[in-house]
Design a binder for this molecule. Structure first.
Ligand code: LIP
Length: 268
């Protein structure tokens, strides 16, 4: 077993346990614990509890690894591996009872910076649907046991695109203007509400492409590897990586078209 496949297997095991906890808490009723960057940017008690579980499992199995999670302080490690975690991606969906949320876990090597790390293993698990998207570097992307591949060419009707909007109301007008610039490429738009699922759906060919401004590393770390292992491209921020400025995911030709239509919002 390679180091990456061992990380993958651990990530899958932890994501399944964490997803079952998230789903159980959802059925019991969700309580908002706090708001963060804006009134709409909520964190539930389950977000915190699920991240605590993931962090404890990683610490027990790999005590020298680093940890970068949405709901707790970053911790450096000495092993060169960092776990990048969104315990419940799609928190607003989760709070409203919309079954589109996921545990997103990536294991990366190198400095814990999107611009420089190498993702080795990734899991995006939606416990509401039971769908487990996963990938190991250089070993393909999978939905359960089914190999995934991005759509290489959108339909002549246009691309089915997904995007998202930030929690800060001040970002909505420019986001709508940006959407208008991209619409000539689209047959339609989807707003799923969880970046990790948007990315996993691009990998699965359920979407032709996805773009969103303002994501955090834990939103895209796992989904980006799954898209790349499904033959897609991910970028949109300096250095050709996903990031706060923009995250774009698609097959090759559509990726370039999205960069062109997004203009300075995505150009290197
Ligand atoms: C969410 C992303 C979503 C984005 C939301 C939010 P969270 O992450 O998955 O794509 O549009 O603004 O960032 O907050 O649910 O972990």
């Amino acid at each position: 077993m390679t180091a990456a496949s061992a990380l993958h297997d651990l990530a899958v095991d932890i994501a399944c346990e964490a997803g079952q906890l998230a789903h159980r808490r959802r059925t019991e009723g969700v309580r908002i614990a706090a708001t963060k960057s804006a009134l709409a940017d909520i964190v539930t008690e389950a977000d915190r509890e699920v991240e605590d579980l993931i962090r404890a499992r990683v610490a027990a199995e790999r005590p020298d690894d680093g940890f970068l999670g949405e709901e707790s302080d970053a911790a450096g490690g000495t092993s060169g591996i960092t776990w990048v975690v969104d315990p419940i991606d799609g928190t607003v969906n989760y709070a409203y009872g919309i079954p589109s949320y996921a545990v997103s876990i990536a294991a990366v090597s190198g400095e814990p910076q999107t611009a420089s790390w190498t993702a080795l293993a990734a899991v995006v698990f939606n416990p509401a649907s039971g769908e487990l998207f996963h990938a190991t570097k250089d070993a393909g992307a999978w939905l359960g046991g089914e190999r995934l591949a991005v759509n290489s060419e959108p339909s002549p009707a246009g691309a089915l695109l997904a995007t998202g909007f930030g929690y800060d109301p001040a970002t909505h007008a420019p986001a709508l203007e940006r959407l208008g610039r991209v619409m000539p490429l689209a047959r339609d738009i989807r707003r799923i509400g969880a970046a990790s699922l948007d990315l996993a759906f691009v990998a699965a060919g359920r979407l032709d492409g996805y773009f969103e401004r303002g994501l955090n590393a834990w939103d895209h770390a796992a989904g980006a590897l799954i898209v790349e292992e499904a033959g897609g491209r991910v970028g949109g921020s300096p250095g050709g990586r996903p990031g706060k400025r923009m995250t774009i995911a698609a097959g090759g030709a559509l990726f370039d078209a999205l960069v062109e239509h997004l203009g300075d919002d995505a150009r290197d």
